[in-house]
Design a protein around this ligand. Structure first.
Ligand code: GA4
Length: 301
């Protein structure tokens, strides 16, 4: 297998096939020609940076209306003792009457709007690459009124890294949803695990976006697309900039039954996973440690 990150031009005629290959081999790829509005991305980056520059008390109180585990967080990830040298904002789309700075709310709303559109296009290509007749099937799952979409803005300040030298930024894990779409500034740190377990650093690229396959997609495709383990390693150097990333997570509705899709199976195929409701999977996931193999209880073989 190629020890480099697949790069896919979303506008090229062969993009669906290239995406299917990348999702099978790496569960990850970099997308260029994605059409995300640069102004909207940069506005959110600037607003998020101003927010993270506020005193800790202000950050906590200004997101207190977002109920746990959503809102502003610092050092602790999830609710089961995981820590990282990271602070973040985590929110679902339904986030109207927030007490966060209005300019930040607007920037988040605008970003959510454009990221949903790009994620939708990528999900269509992911279905097309599998030869599915209904190429809307994945997009439809994450774009229902009750779909479980999340947006996370992660900041890796030098101060937190110095507080805990040698610490990880964000520990290794797979994402539970169908797919995630990440955009970061030009500061490195992201790594993905290859099939043989080695970690491959992902060169940052503020102009591109990065897509990773999540657990639900692995199940729906009966393992043809691979949910990739990834992590962010805090950098030893003292650059001027700190890493800032924004990640969209495309999850289904709580009532969606997740099982290998019959139209992707041949009669002779082995079925690898038991089905589950997304709502139950999410609840179970929230009780696990970050690094846990959350699909293990659903493996049939
Ligand atoms: C990993 C992917 C997303 O960031 C996230 C994370 C969630 C959280 O921060 O609350 C979890 C983690 C993530 C999976 C296991 C549990 C829940 C932290 C954690 C230890 C928002 C998500 O959906 O799952």
């Amino acid at each position: 297998m190629e020890a480099s990150i697949p790069v896919i031009d979303l506008l090229s005629p062969g993009s669906a096939g290239a995406i299917a290959d990348a999702c099978g081999s790496h569960g990850f790829f970099k997308a260029v020609n994605h059409g995300m509005d640069v102004g909207i991305v940069e506005t959110l980056e600037a607003e998020a940076r101003s927010f993270f520059a506020l005193p800790e008390g202000d950050k906590l109180s200004s997101s207190a209306d977002l109920s746990k585990p959503l809102g502003y967080g610092c050092r602790s990830i999830g609710t089961n003792g995981d820590v990282g040298s990271v602070e973040y904002l985590l929110m679902s789309t339904v986030n109207s009457n927030s007490t966060m700075p209005i300019a930040l709310c607007n920037a988040l709303d605008e970003y959510m709007r454009i990221v949903q559109e790009v994620a939708g296009r990528v999900l269509v290509l992911m279905a097309e690459g599998l030869g599915m007749v209904d190429t809307n099937v994945f997009r439809g799952m994450v774009q229902r009124n009750d779909s479980d979409e999340l947006l996370r803005v992660n900041h890796y300040p030098h101060s937190l890294r110095l507080e805990a030298p040698g610490s990880t930024g964000f520990g290794e894990h797979t994402d539970p949803q169908l797919m995630s779409l990440l955009r970061s500034n030009s500061v490195s740190g992201l790594q993905i695990a290859l099939l043989d377990g080695t970690w491959l650093p992902v060169a940052p690229d503020a102009e591109s976006i990065f897509i990773n396959v999540g657990d639900v997609m692995q199940v729906l495709t009966n393992g043809r697309y691979r949910s990739v383990r990834h992590r962010v390693v805090a950098q030893a150097g003292e650059g001027v900039l700190s890493r800032l990333s924004m990640v969209y997570f495309g999850g289904p509705a709580p009532t969606e039954w997740i099982v290998p899709m019959p139209n992707l199976l041949q009669p002779q195929d082995t079925i690898f996973y038991k089905g589950f409701w997304w709502g139950d999977y999410k609840t179970a996931a929230s009780r696990t440690k970050l690094a846990a193999c959350r699909l293990e209880p659903f493996l049939l073989h």
